[in-house]
Design a binder for this molecule. Structure first.
Ligand code: URA
Length: 234
């Protein structure tokens, strides 16, 4: 059971403030009765919740994109540290939310959070061959020879073999775009380590054909549309 304002926000995709306004103005009914009580406990799976007489349908799963800030853990919950799921929870009060793949604590950018386990597994499975593109700020310029090595696929010090990456020099001297199709632990940082380059900043900007929404400031998030979801697989 959850508070009505939380549930209305989650089901309409709006903010908690908007949801409270709707409830307080008598626009929200629970099982046919106008509520007016933002703290009323409801079960979105079994209670019929309507706004202006229109029944809200319960979504089985939610898919959220967040522009992950630095310093936040890519995890569902942690005893002492704040996680990406903690950031979206106020607007998406659901159990079972998790980040699809992990970005390092100091990595920023595009991260999907969902409660759809099958979707999450497919996106991170190396078998799916979904591209993940990163903008990487290096501690020194990269050479054409380094790029050749990374594009051939490197073997890390511990024997892990990385698939070939696509590396593109941007117009900024120490910034490259790197695209990989797997998500091994610290993969970008360790691959660059092989050619003796350190990473100062790392930002994920694309998953499949789904690009980071430039309208989302760091720390902001929004629900994915059907079209966004289809772009993940293209
Ligand atoms: N590779 C890394 O090294 N770190 C990330 O967060 C993502 C990819």
């Amino acid at each position: 059971m959850e508070r009505l304002d939380k549930i209305v926000a989650s089901m309409t995709g709006g903010s908690r403030k908007d949801a409270r306004g709707m409830v307080l103005r008598g626009r929200v009914s629970v099982n046919g009765k106008v509520s007016g009580n933002i703290a009323q406990k409801v079960d979105p799976k079994t209670d019929d919740i309507s706004v202006d007489g229109q029944s809200l349908t319960y979504k089985k799963y939610v898919y959220i994109m967040i522009n992950k800030p630095k310093g936040i853990l890519s995890a569902s919950n942690d005893k002492s540290r704040e996680t990406v799921v903690d950031l979206v929870k106020p607007d998406f009060p659901r159990d079972g939310l998790f980040p699809v793949g992990r970005l390092d604590k100091d990595t920023t950018g595009l991260l999907i959070i969902t409660d759809d386990g099958d979707f999450g597994h497919k996106v991170i499975s190396p078998k799916s061959l979904i591209e993940k593109e990163y903008l990487v700020t290096l501690d020194k310029p990269i050479t054409a020879e380094d790029i050749k090595v990374l594009e051939a696929g490197v073997t890390l010090a511990d024997g892990t073999v990385c698939r070939p990456a696509k590396v593109r020099q941007t117009e900024r001297e120490k910034v490259v775009s790197m695209t990989i199709t797997e998500g091994k632990y610290h993969e970008i940082k360790r691959m660059l380590g092989v050619v003796g380059i350190g990473v100062n900043e790392l930002e994920r900007i694309r998953i499949g054909s789904l690009c980071k929404d430039d309208k989302l400031d760091v720390g902001q998030y929004r629900e994915l549309t059907e079209e966004d979801l289809s772009l993940v697989w293209k």
